[in-house]
Design a protein around this ligand. Structure first.
Ligand code: NI
Length: 256
């Protein structure tokens, strides 16, 4: 059984037939999905989905793209939402210097404020890092972001950086790009990283794995990410499924 550690079932593309999407995930052997918020509305919807389906958990957070929306009032509302029982982490939070949709100062401020929220609530963090590797690492170290565990979501960096994040008690999560032929760097990281630190995810509806690129992504396809990791590590896919699910339960502290 697989755990998809990062889905956006609240996105319109998936919400339209979410019952079918979830049924297909179950059929494919996906036992749990973590629905990740990226702004206030999507965090509310993630919690609602987690309340409705026993195999969905939620995270609450504001993505760096929307960092400028994080007013003190919104932060207060996020705190309240994050205290709900099925919320397993704060995220996705971080820095995105590729699209720069919020000012970098505001991205850093929102990132740090939400790390502090995670600390106060005793929850792990889910981090989005695009073209901001060194600054994300600096903030993670300075704020001890991994104090309650953390996930580098859709990891795209080099192995030495992955090692630096693992030293800060982070897990490294691979998504659909692991299945792409040109993802040499990710293949190298996936080949060498300790298996007790690896997670798999779809980030659906985005980043559809091969051979379905160009189509909508959904949690059932996390099995393809798991199969690719199994191929890279030369291990049975059942073992990869077992290990990545165990890791996911550990970092998100899911007991059932
Ligand atoms: Ni995401």
């Amino acid at each position: 059984m697989f755990i998809d550690t990062h889905v956006h079932l609240q996105e319109k593309a998936l919400r339209v037939d979410v019952d079918k999407v979830i049924a297909r995930a179950r059929e494919a052997g996906v036992e749990l999905m973590v629905c990740v918020g990226y702004d206030y509305a999507s965090s509310v919807e993630a919690v609602a989905l987690a309340d409705r389906y026993k195999d969905i958990y939620a995270t609450v957070g504001v993505h760096p793209h929307d960092a400028s929306t994080l007013t003190p009032q919104l932060l207060e509302s996020l705190y309240e939402l994050a205290r709900k029982p099925r919320v397993v982490a704060i995220g996705e939070i971080g820095l995105d210097y590729y699209r720069d949709l919020s000012l970098r100062d505001e991205q850093r401020r929102a990132f740090i404020e939400q790390i502090k929220m995670a600390h106060e609530l005793g929850k792990p963090v889910v981090i989005h890092d695009r073209d901001a590797h060194q600054e994300v690492l600096d903030i993670v170290r300075q704020e001890k972001a991994g104090k309650n565990g953390g996930i580098m979501h859709c990891y795209s960096g080099h192995l030495p950086l992955a090692i630096d994040f693992m030293k800060e008690d982070f897990y490294i999560s691979f998504a659909g790009p692991l299945t792409f032929k040109n993802s040499k760097k990710s293949h190298e990281v996936a080949a060498r990283i300790p298996l007790d630190r690896v997670l798999i995810e779809t980030d659906c509806p985005y980043l559809t794995p091969e051979p379905h690129r160009g189509k909508r992504n959904e949690p059932a396809l996390v099995t393809l990410v798991g199969a690719k990791l199994a191929e890279i590590r030369n291990k049975p896919v059942e073992e990869i499924a077992y290990l990545t699910s165990r890791n996911a339960r550990q970092v998100y502290r899911i007991k059932d």
